[in-house]
Design a protein around this ligand. Structure first.
Ligand code: EPU
Length: 310
């Protein structure tokens, strides 16, 4: 296939020069030159195919709740998955198998589960974003993460082929899924295997999980926890004990409620967030000799930026 210029690609599932700030919970992000909004597997496949022929890479955007996107023009093609959504369920004895399209909101999966007494994803209660984003980052809480309930993942590979992966053979890590680190691929469907339990029991567990989030600034514009917890400790605790709460750069502020959250309290830029994160890391390093790594995913953050570790 010969190289196409961006404008050779037409159709309702591709748009040009789209402001990404509208698609991130932080409300920051520059203009994407090429922005795909596929609504089914074929459109998703076409987007991946175009990226394969015309770009070195592509970036998958789900709910935008765990990403920091540069303020600059983004040349990497962005594929928004939220148009590919829906859940189907099959109950077999005391098990239920949920086929979730990758762009399905996690909260929709959770509310269906709690209504029916389906257990296994309670650890994800209160987590924003999509199913695809949740599995790519193995989202969860201190008691568990979504990877433990994944039976299958259907993907489109960089070469356009379709693959199915056995979730139980994946070496899930803390906030990571190696499947999406090794090669360029994109999930389009995830099958969760849950257990059918008493509705009250599942609702009770979810309530407890939600109460564990009471210390978090859920009504502010944030991207959840900025840093991963270092082994055996909490990034929030270290940041708090290093005096980071309330620190600001431009319109970005370290939350007074939980130090591992950065709030956009006044039209901040990605650079404000990066600079603030860099100061926080430095403080924790100076006080505790501990290195904090980003939990958030980044796009377009060049090497040499204030905190370009991601
Ligand atoms: N702490 C402080 N100051 C703070 C924040 C926390 O002293 O500003 C202390 C707490 O008092 C507690 C300990 O640190 O003793 C742990 O805090 P918390 O229970 O809030 O848990 P966390 O380790 O900070 C993790 C996940 C959260 C998840 C919560 C609840 C990570 C990086 N964070 O936070 O996940 O919601 O547990 O289960 O794994 C996310 O991934 O985006 C996220 C928010």
């Amino acid at each position: 296939m010969s190289k196409l210029s961006a404008l050779d690609l037409t159709g309702s599932f591709v748009r040009y020069n789209v402001l990404l700030a509208h698609y991130t919970t932080w409300g920051v992000g520059g203009i994407a030159e090429t922005f795909f909004t596929p609504c089914d597997k074929d459109e998703l496949s076409a987007a991946v195919g175009w990226a394969r022929e015309n770009a070195e890479d592509f970036f998958v955007l789900g709910g935008g709740s765990n990403v920091l996107i540069s303020d600059q023009v983004i040349r990497t093609p962005v594929i928004l998955t939220t148009g590919i959504s829906g859940i189907s369920a099959r109950v077999s004895g005391d098990e239920v198998f949920l086929d979730c399209m990758a762009g399905t909101r996690l909260k929709d999966v959770l509310s269906l589960s709690v209504r029916n007494g389906w257990s296994g994803l309670e650890c994800a209660a209160g987590i924003p974003g999509t199913v695809g984003g949740a599995i790519a980052g193995n989202a969860g809480n201190l008691s568990g993460s979504v990877g433990q309930t994944v039976l299958r993942i259907a993907t489109i590979e960089a070469d356009g082929s379709l693959m199915e992966w056995n979730g139980r053979e994946i070496n899930w890590g803390y906030r990571r899924c190696p499947l999406f680190e090794e090669d360029r691929r994109i999930a389009y469907k995830v099958t969760f295997a849950l257990r059918v339990l008493e509705k009250d029991h599942v609702a009770g567990v979810m309530k407890t999980v939600m109460s564990g989030r009471k210390t978090q600034p859920i009504s502010s514009r944030t991207a959840g926890c900025v840093f991963k917890n270092p082994t055996g400790d909490s990034a929030g605790r270290l940041l708090d004990a290093s005096g980071c709460k309330g620190m600001t750069v431009g319109g970005a502020r370290v939350s007074e409620a939980h130090a591992n959250f950065i709030e956009n309290f006044g039209n901040c830029t990605a650079l404000d967030i990066l600079s603030l994160a860099a100061s926080c890391r430095e403080r924790v390093w100076e006080k505790f000799g501990a290195t904090l790594d980003f939990e958030i995913k980044t796009l377009g953050i060049p090497a040499g930026a204030p905190d370009a570790q991601g």
